[in-house]
Design a protein around this ligand. Sequence first.
Ligand code: ATP
Length: 948
Amino acid sequence: MAAPADNEANHGIPERLAKHTVRYANCKDVNADDLTPMMRHYVQVKQEYPHALLLYRVGDFFETFFEDGITIARELELVLTSKECGKVVGRVPMAGIPHHALDRYCIQLVEKGYAIAICDQVEDPAQAQGLVKREVTRVITPGTVIEEGMLSARRNNFLAAVVISGQHWGLAYADVSTGEFFTTQHNDLEQVGQELMRLQPSETLFPTDAPDLRAMLRPGEASDQLPDCLPRQFCYTLRSQGSFSHTEARQRLLQTFRLRSLEGIGCDHLPLAVRAAGGLLEYLEDTQKDTQVPLQLLSTYVLSDFLVLDHQTRRNLEITQTSRDGTYNGSLLWALDRSVTAMGGRALRRWLLQPLLSVEKIRDRQATIQELVDDGSLRTSLQQQLKQIYDLERLAGRAGSGTANGRDLVALADSFARLPILAALVEAVESPYLKALQHVPPELEKLGDTLRSHLVESPPLYLTEGNLIRPGVNADLDHLRDQVKGDQDWIAKLEPAERERTGISTLKVGFNKAFGYYISISRNKSDQAPDDYIRKQTLTNEERYITPELKEREARVFNTQDEIHKLEYEIFQQLRELVGQHADLIRQVAQGVAAADVLAGLAEVAIYQGYCRPEMVESREIEIADGRHPVVEQLLPAGFFVPNSTELGGEENSKFKIPSGKGTALQNSENGSQEPESSSQNGNSEAESKIQNPKSKTAPLPSHPATLTPSHPHTLYPDLIILTGPNASGKSCYLRQVGLIQLMAQVGSFVPASGARLGICDRIFTRVGAVDDLATGQSTFMVEMNETANILNHASDRSLVLLDEIGRGTATFDGLSIAWSVAEYLASEVRARTIFATHYHELNELAGILDNVANYQVTVKEMPDQIVFLHQVRPGGADRSYGIEAGRLAGLPPTVIQRAREVMTQIEKHSKIAVGLRQGAEFNGNGRRRKRRSVQEDPAEQLDIFSS
Ligand SMILES: Nc1ncnc2c1ncn2[C@@H]1O[C@H](COP(=O)(O)OP(=O)(O)OP(=O)(O)O)[C@@H](O)[C@H]1O
């Protein structure tokens, strides 16, 4: 036996508890025979749930003892006390929570990544002979929560399972509260982490041979059981290999979904996907006990079915949260979410993280938005109706798992009642997502009628206290209620009747908890009490009596009420089961409602923010006229955002071009060596740019890319844009704006531009200024290089690559050299559509060498004592950085500024670039990109950048 605990250093027990001479802090150290029967039972149950905090019902509290007591006291800031456990064991640590506050405390524990086993009393303590019978009725883990109060309404709560074999992996994930259940398999180990990062699962199951099979690793907790490819910031539950074996997993899937083969759900040939999905189901069976949740039929997906966004890109584009502080406000989701239901909110989040590749599917979404943009009254009526639809997905889940209460079922019935109204509203629509609402399954209408006819309008929160079921539903119930009413009426009339019988006008009938009903007579009249009165209690001024009939009636009222409550609960359970049987159908309808909600919201944003419907094409071009950043423009006062156009990746026979004369139109000249436009000569003043801004809160919405007009058939769009400009001029903003517009378009949304014609991208990559990754001990430069390597190794000519500053974290020459060769490789080998923002003006030389590279700059206006940012993207490379100017404005001492200017002049005078195109970088097939300048023959000279 281990040494008893005696101080804080050993067991983390606060000093005040140590005073109580706690001898054992861990229940494993205690000999169970030395404990009282209840504590022995506690220790036995704890042994079955070593991975969970065991909350053990004692009276009105859920108590925790030993190490769990110490943990919850610390995590929930509760008073840690102790319980006497007999002579041998002495006092043991104890902390408890009131039973009515269970949910509240469970939320906190689950959020901190703990699993909780709830051991409740399963018999009435009043009836119990000896120790009250207790059982674990539920295990709550972060990924299996279904309780409303523990979930965030507008985001999914995913439970994932991962199986790895060599470089191959299978991943299944489910949202137990909504029933979604997916699986996939892939052969690149790097991608498993990316997929987990997309899902942000609350809990991930991982099979292992480790002896401590049920261990739960809280976020950040180290373990040699986890392979390096799994991100450590999630909560992992280690499971035994058994349930993840192919035979067992496959069998479980077939049984659960009553299938003969897995072919129909597309994973028959994906053993790792099957193993992950089967293992996940087994975990649910193991933890959910009586509250087994029905999941929807498993569906198989393929990573490459969707636009691939790696974690960095999701972070850099700030899709669901800002990169600076992780908040929702300021994210793309924040800018676009006008959904009115929780289901819509969750769906939009999923859509943004999984944009589409199919032009057809995108057009279906666009067509729906278009219809809702064109018909404003349809949209507002639709949204009004949608607002009254509750969270069908989760309500169906709670009904299926037997945790729904009366209010949940009434909410479902009310929601079903909205469906025919929605169907009538969309009677004459054309677009696919709205058409889907036209059909209301008759089963749901019938179910709604049943719920309404059975349940009272406002049921109570608790299910065992009656008042749930309407009269006329059940003859027995009506009879029992009549009986109670008869007795209650008799009791109500007793007072006047007894006053008359006894002649005592002050006689009263009262009730208290100890005696129930009684007849009260003041003491000076007590001699007039009739003979059949039985004295029960004497107070200073009154005598209290009962009569045999009063007690008989009273007992009947209580007993019958108990019967009524039981019967009502039974009827309610039948109703709940009936709803549970319809869970799949309800969820199908819910998905249609959620999609319509998302699209109505996107239509609203499109109108109020002046978005256009992008033309989606299969080819490579990205043409955006007067594009805007969807978030920054909402953060700035209306009209302040300066729109900028983009042309990238067009083919030779591109049919459209942005008309010249538009202040910000980008055109690549044939020879790629435009004269950089002097910043101070820029045509548009700041004021002009504001006037040109098409964004207006009330601007009519162009339904087609109106400003894209047929152009010269041989217009060349660059594949790579070198974007220069001073600090804070708007380079990053422009870069992100292009990425966000492309992403929004592939989600099916309209986009912040006056016109857009966009080829489908397979992936969007971004690399923006990194910070040191202290967690992995990587320097800024190494993080940057890792991200860049990932891009170069995975990008294709269908990718969009957005690079913001490469090579800044090392010596200038190293950085410039890397930046140059990365740009060159992307333009000549990969041909990805790329925007490369940089302060290395030397990169502008590349446009003179490669046909598919063009230079653009973000312009500023130089004033005598300040720089005015015009935020306009114009052809040409910036000739200076204004970095020294920025330093001056920031307050660097004049001598430092002066000296910096001298040094810069020297460097500029003595440096030249002597870089040719690297050997072997032949242009591919179409003959469009020709080598402009031959490779320097002398390899030493090729490396000689900035040589004096
Ligand atoms: N098109 C625009 N219209 C109006 N304001 C803009 C525009 N683009 C950027 N801005 C404003 O300018 C600020 C600086 O922009 P951004 O961070 O993109 O500059 P940058 O050129 O990338 O700077 P640095 O080189 O220092 O990283 C933004 O926060 C935004 O408020």
